[in-house]
Design a protein around this ligand. Sequence first.
Ligand code: ADP
Ligand code: MG
Length: 175
Amino acid sequence: MTQPLFMVGARGCGKTTVGQALARVLGYAFTDTDEMLWRSTGKTVAEIVADEGWAGFRARESEILTSVIQGQTVVATGGGIILSAANRHFMRARGTVVYLHVSAQELARRLQVYPDEEQRPSLTGKPMIEEIADVLAAREKLYQEAAHHILDASQAAPDDVVYAILQQLYPSAAS
Ligand code: ADP
Ligand code: MG
């Protein structure tokens, strides 16, 4: 693919896990907007939010996103990247956007089983399951609006999600 593949979805939906596996299968490079931010600022997401607030983080994230233009690359994005209309338009126009839909219940389960090494600051201060459900409800439409391809990634194992993505990307190649 001559344009990057952007993975979008809520925290814990599998953007990194599935994105890395997809990149491996395709022989593409893999990158992550949080990782790019770390390389450019020397700060973690939590540190950027602590120093500059969520607005500061979002501005830096948008800036870093527009630096991703090379093809043969899978890019895992931050869960809130789709909040900005400019980000949604950039990804749709300059790449192929894959949304991994996962239910709030399954997201909560994954985050409990595999807590983030670097816990992200809470967006609302509410209990986790409520926050996840609220945030997902508010963002669902935006993820769908940004996406060229929507996958249900709640039940399937990562490799099965990769296979489903490949079927959507290359329908004629499916056996
Ligand atoms: P994201 O990058 O979207 O925040 P991750 O790829 O880090 O999500 O996945 C979050 C956690 O959920 C990880 O511990 C990962 O192993 C697990 N996970 C990811 N995809 C799946 C899946 N399809 N089924 C079960 N667990 C998954
Ligand atoms: Mg990730």
